[in-house]
Design a protein around this ligand. Structure first.
Ligand SMILES: [Zn+2]
Length: 329
């Protein structure tokens, strides 16, 4: 193995080094930077770049990346893992999807490849894509339900359609048996990475309405177990990876709410429930109790995610449904 250098920090083989990569400065003169860790294994192997906190409110994967990084032992590793728990620090501090102070580009997950002379969010995308992504063979952009939704089960969305692209998602192991192709790569980190030859996927789990200690802790643990299985799958650590007996390939749909108001759920609106196209899922009431909208299932499918809070905001998704493309082994 050789010395790995990224973001102005270098790590020798067998070393774990932390660093800060400066993006810009706040008005008070303090740095806006990315905190990251390079774990450089003693043996040669691929480089995995693991990113979370693209959306600042998706904290299961942020804590998961922090905990996973602590558990890495470079003396027992082949290849390199570069971990970045929070990509959008302003959004993370505000516990918000995007940076609430950003007037031009709120959502970091829609603006890749970014711009060197753009808004702050565009600069983060540009600097990350050009400094960190070129070092990687594999990239994970870890997300979650955030403040707006709760996701029923963890799943991996892979970019591309080759066997190698799908194989990367399969590496997450038995608890990640729902995977699927990305419906769009436009503006996303994983899409931009694939265009640069980096095998990429997005991970999703958890969310706001299920963050009491037990379910929150279980989701973080499940995330870490998946990543540890993936390292075995990529032959970066010793041990036998585990797999489910089959994987269900899914496609996601996001019905949107046209109006704001109070949400009343129908009896069919339950996580995991099978629903027919046209089934009423929720009613939106105004403050006089009148029904202003009924949100229906747009397809025959299953309820995958529900709103994080029972107040509708116009244009927000009501959660998610999924349909099954096929089962593979
Ligand atoms: Zn997200």
């Amino acid at each position: 193995m050789s010395i790995v250098e990224v973001g102005g920090t270098s790590a020798r083989p067998g070393e774990k080094k932390t660093g800060h990569f400066k993006i810009s400065e706040r008005p008070d003169g303090s740095d806006i930077s990315l905190s990251f860790t390079i774990t450089n294994g003693v043996n040669p192997g691929p480089t995995l770049l693991l990113t979370a906190g693209t959306h600042g409110d998706e904290v299961e994967s942020v804590l998961g990346v922090v905990r996973f990084t602590k558990l890495l032992d470079p003396k027992k590793m082949s290849g390199t893992v570069i971990t970045v728990p929070v990509l959008n620090s302003y959004a993370f501090e505000a516990w918000s999807r995007g940076n609430p102070l950003e007037r031009y580009h709120f959502d970091l997950a829609r603006i890749y490849p970014g711009r060197s002379d753009g808004s702050l969010t565009e600069m983060i995308a540009y600097r990350y894509l050009n400094e960190f992504v070129p070092k990687a063979n594999f990239l994970i952009d870890a997300h979650g339900g955030g403040n707006t939704t709760y996701i029923h089960f963890p799943y991996a969305i892979y970019q591309g359609s080759s066997e190698a692209d799908i194989d990367f998602a399969k590496g997450m192991g038995p608890e990640w048996n729902f995977i699927g192709p990305a419906s769009s790569s436009k503006g996303t980190l994983s899409g931009a990475a694939l265009e640069r030859g980096v095998t990429s996927m997005t991970l999703e789990l958890g969310g706001s309405s299920n963050r009491l200690p037990k379910p929150y802790g279980e989701n973080v643990d499940l995330f870490v177990r998946g990543l540890q299985n993936l390292l075995k799958h990529l032959k970066m650590t010793d041990g036998k990876p585990e797999y489910p007996s089959s994987w269900t390939l899914i496609e996601r749909k996001e019905p949107r709410m046209k109006n704001g108001g109070l949400i009343e759920y129908t009896p069919d609106c339950k996580l995991g429930n099978a629903v027919k196209k046209g089934t009423p899922l929720l009613k939106i009431l105004n403050l006089y109790g009148d029904v202003v909208e009924i949100v229906e299932a747009p397809v025959d499918g299953y309820v995958l995610a529900l709103p994080g809070q029972p107040v509708a905001y116009p244009g927000e998704p009501m959660g998610m449904l999924y349909t099954v493309i096929k089962t593979i082994s």
